[in-house]
Design a protein around this ligand. Sequence first.
Ligand SMILES: NC(=O)c1ccc[n+]([C@@H]2O[C@H](COP(=O)([O-])OP(=O)(O)OC[C@H]3O[C@@H](n4cnc5c(N)ncnc54)[C@H](OP(=O)(O)O)[C@@H]3O)[C@@H](O)[C@H]2O)c1
Length: 354
Amino acid sequence: MKPNEETKILVTSAGGKTGIPVTLGLVEKGYCVRALVRQEDARAKRLRDAGAEVRVVNLADSRDIRSAMADIDRAYFCAPTEANGLHYANVFAVEAQQAGIKHIVSLGQWLSHDSHPSLLTREIWLVEQLMNNIHGATHTNVNVGWFAANYFFVLETMAQLGMMPMPLGDGLNAPPSNEDIARVVVGALDRPDLHAGKKYRPTGPKNLSPEQIVDEISCALGRKVKYKPVSEKMLLKSLRAEGWPEVMQTQFIIYLEEYRRGVFGFGGPTNAVLEVSGQEPEDFATIARRYVQEDPVARITFRSKLRAIRKLCNAIATKPIHPINTEIQRGHALINDGLLCSDSQQWKDAYAQG
Ligand SMILES: NC(=O)c1ccc[n+]([C@@H]2O[C@H](COP(=O)([O-])OP(=O)(O)OC[C@H]3O[C@@H](n4cnc5c(N)ncnc54)[C@H](OP(=O)(O)O)[C@@H]3O)[C@@H](O)[C@H]2O)c1
């Protein structure tokens, strides 16, 4: 018997950016892992081939989650990047308590505080409080900032047209890889005795400006890419043209305001990756090389270039949403006088040390 085989760990959102490396990391440590995915596909097969028990579930359906919790000792809760995260967290919390789960690691957010103007961020803050209060379970919160993976939303444009169109201003960030975030989650699941009740903010090793980030991506792509700080309006046009869910368009624009105000660089970088996983965090050059290599849209061909030009024209011709009106029309739970982290002395005092 492998050393950890008797401990069963549940991984939610196991087909996602952090869920895949968390599942693989736990299997590698010899744990018995139940990985919850939304659909049977290549990602599910990869997890199953690695040795995880894969189940297709709907995180909104208590019956699925109840059955998935049977015999589970510890769990990773990761709300998908979309609406309903708080609902999924409630379903998870009710069933985790019923099932007697002993330790939970949840993915939070660096911006998280109770009066942030972003609905999703306030929900993530509520999820953290919920997970802190599950009877019989300890909790570790991984309150990560802006993922390295986010820059690669525009990989096709960078590879084919040589520009990174993002409204980042001069904001700094020490971007963590999905794999390093996962290493922290795995470390916290592996050693509840060391990490219960703690909060960790995984970052990369160095705060970088948008120009430094784009230089590393240029090296990885083998072509010059220029940082193009586009307007919010242009970004909203692109997000809509790309088919992003409206709720994410409304929230992303708020996160970019925080980015430009330097909130993602504030108090960073941290030593969380080394402290919890025992490994140094990956630098951005290494991350960029891997993400470029793994993604076929980075291959430069005449057809791909034409497709990128067509997409750009389509974005320019797209009418952007009006974020506040969209939130009102969608019936989002809004608050008056919400405070960005950059305007909140309380948030700054709490997190000045990262
Ligand atoms: N990106 C950032 O910079 C950032 C920063 C801080 C915090 N976060 C937090 O990170 C979390 C997201 O983590 P992630 O990026 O690892 O996740 P992710 O890539 O968004 O993955 C979410 C997974 O959940 C699955 N899913 C969606 N709805 C489901 C449902 N109803 N039932 C079952 N499965 C469902 C999706 O399946 P399909 O893939 O099949 O659709 C997907 O595989 C969010 O809570 C976000 O707030 C992100």
